[in-house]
Write a protein that binds this ligand. Structure first.
Ligand code: G6P
Length: 365
């Protein structure tokens, strides 16, 4: 097993480091041109659907939430997202003009398979995004798009998530070009941006030791909040999920704007608050959220944009990510949160790759 981890202490850490390669392979598999994404194997005209209904569980559900904003933003196709186990039991409205899109790393999650079957029975066309070739889900879906993360052994999902996010950007470009809402120029900028991601991720991975120091400083924390807005709100949800899965620290992710409606009651001097504060439309609002946390003694770990000279004064700990297009920010912002969860867990000495009570894929309901 030591050889399979290629010198890394855990599969999770190895898989975190595989992300530059995994993202590159996912782009290769999709058929990325200069200003378009072809998806050569896809015979379904996905852009003809009136609505997309995304179905997923766990980390894949967070990828779907980001996918919704990307597809609505770039292609202007209405998208709904549902937790697979909820969708199946709520007598959902599905039309024959709908496309049901299931997202699943394993393609074996019982609830996701059942939800896609339900949508199919109600007349929707079906598409699956999977990481495992020939998975059960691929036999239910009309068509499958594969992420090329490679085998993910660690129960906590890392490279599968960022390749799902890559796939969401690729799909949004594909759809946007076909609905006519995405110009060739803008598509080219996004494709170029995607191509630069592996190098950016390599740089972020080099900050692992610095992130371990941050984790050590907050080692005694029993609770942790994650805040984000826009495309980074689901990144906050995923950051919290990752931390609780492997470190057993109670963590909650919230939309920054919701903080004043409840979570702020929890903030005190023993509470680390991880804030996704990249530059973009909501930046000013995030700064005022930071001030509110600070006023209550909360300890702020900010994930901000490289070159941001304002935020340093407000944050206790600062993690900087390169300045990229808003659509690509979730991918980069996820990397330090994975490392943060990993180091919290490793310092605590938990079984990082096999956390208690969790399974890699949940094949029972
Ligand atoms: C389990 C795993 C999670 C995963 C979820 C959905 O709970 O521990 O990491 O996100 O299943 O899995 P899927 O294979 O459908 O993406």
């Amino acid at each position: 097993a030591a050889a399979e981890k290629q010198g890394f202490r855990h599969y999770m850490l190895k898989e975190i480091h595989e992300q530059p390669r995994a993202i590159r392979d996912t782009m290769l598999g999709a058929g990325v041109g200069a200003d378009d994404v072809r998806f050569d194997g896809l015979s379904l005209d996905v852009s003809a659907c009136a609505r997309i209904v995304m179905l997923a569980c766990g980390t894949s559900f967070h990828a779907a939430l980001i996918g919704r904003s990307l597809i609505e933003g770039l292609a202007r196709i209405p998208v709904e997202v549902d937790i697979a186990s909820e969708f199946r039991y709520r007598d959902p409205i599905v039309r024959t003009s709908d496309l049901a899109l299931a997202i699943s790393q394993s393609g074996e999650t019982a609830d996701t398979i059942a939800a896609l079957k339900e949508a199919k029975q109600r007349g929707a066309q079906t598409l699956a995004i999977c990481n495992v070739l020939g998975a059960s889900l691929s036999r239910v879906a009309d068509q499958v798009l594969y992420t090329h993360a490679g085998p993910e052994i660690s129960v906590a999902s890392t490279k599968a998530f960022t390749t799902q996010l890559t796939m969401m950007v690729l799909l949004a470009i594909h759809l946007g070009r076909r609905t006519g809402h995405l110009t060739a120029e803008r598509a080219k900028a996004l494709v170029d941006g995607l191509q630069d991601l592996p190098a950016h991720i390599d740089n972020l991975l080099a900050a692992s030791a610095a992130i371990r120091i941050i984790a050590r400083r907050h080692q005694g924390a029993r609770d942790c909040l994650f805040l984000g807005r826009g495309l980074c709100y689901p990144v906050a949800l995923e950051g919290a999920l990752k931390l609780k899965e492997i470190s057993y620290i109670h963590a909650e992710g919230h939309a920054s704007g919701e903080m004043k409606h409840g979570p702020i009651a929890l903030v005190d001097g023993s509470m680390p608050v991880v804030v996704l504060a990249q530059r973009g439309p909501g930046y000013g609002k995030v700064l005022s959220n930071l001030e509110e946390v600070r006023a209550r003694g909360g300890k702020i770990i900010a994930v901000a944009t490289l070159g941001d000279h304002t935020i340093g004064d407000l944050a206790d700990d600062l993690i900087l990510v390169p300045d990229v297009a808003g659509e690509l920010q979730p991918i980069l912002a996820s990397i330090p949160l994975q490392l943060l969860a990993y180091h919290f867990a490793d310092l605590k000495g938990t079984d990082v790759d096999q956390p208690r009570n969790l399974a890699k894929s949940v094949t029972v309901e």
